[in-house]
Design a protein around this ligand. Structure first.
Ligand code: ADP
Length: 201
């Protein structure tokens, strides 16, 4: 793609630091990964509420919302999943540059896909959170009835059933939700996150 006629104007725009100082926070991207039904959206929503109540300025980016909007032309092949995540990571980066704390809730099933997101967002700002809920627990919850459909063969390529999920090897944080309440899961992430997003006093 020809880029010689594109002239970014970043040096004339407000800096990220100026925006972070206005918002009184350090911007980061939290990347919540895990199986369908593991609790990503629930934890992201709870965390957004908690952060906002504590005076931070967060924004959730969620799989189903993005898939009905900017990514409504993409399916669930590995190639489309990769493009899905590439666009999401670019959107998250725009928020990051605006000083926002971004809570990304996406299955993002392979290490390669998450690596791509990390490369777009930048290692320093990418915090991988593994929502570590075993398949049998997700399947028993079956929040959206999708596991039952996948088992009946009505959905092909469903993560955990007939499409792979690779757990992170070195996540910033692992949240084992099996024996936790939602409140405890949100509190665990908030506690780990707050030193990273706070400005020095
Ligand atoms: P995902 O976004 O990963 O597909 P959801 O957040 O939509 O998953 O669904 C997770 C379900 O699991 C919700 O119904 C939630 O109430 C339930 N749940 C039970 N315990 C927890 C926990 N500790 N953390 C998050 N969700 C939990």
């Amino acid at each position: 793609m020809a880029t010689e006629n594109i002239h970014p104007i970043f040096d004339r725009l407000l800096s990220r630091e100026e925006r972070e100082n206005r918002l009184q926070q350090r911007a980061k991207v939290l990347w919540l990964t895990g199986l369908s039904g593991s609790g990503k959206s629930t934890i992201a929503q709870g965390l957004e509420q908690r952060l906002f109540a504590e005076g931070y300025f967060p924004q959730v980016l969620d799989g189903d919302n993005i898939r009905t909007g900017i990514n409504n032309n993409l399916g669930f092949s590995l190639e489309d999943r990769q493009e899905n995540i590439r666009r999401i990571a670019e959107v998250a980066k725009l928020y990051l540059d605006s000083g926002v704390i971004v809570l990304c809730s996406f299955i993002s099933p392979t290490r390669a896909i998450r690596k791509q997101a990390e490369e777009i967002i930048g290692k320093e700002d990418f915090l991988e959170i593994f929502i570590d809920t075993p398949l049998e627990v997700c399947e028993a919850r079956d929040v959206k009835g999708l596991y039952a459909k996948a088992r009946r063969g009505e959905i092909k390529g469903f993560t955990g059933i007939d499409s792979p999920y690779e757990a992170p090897e070195r996540a910033f944080l692992t949240v084992p939700t099996r024996d936790m309440t939602v409140e405890a899961a949100v509190a665990q992430v908030y506690t780990a996150l707050s030193p990273v997003i706070s400005l020095p006093q």
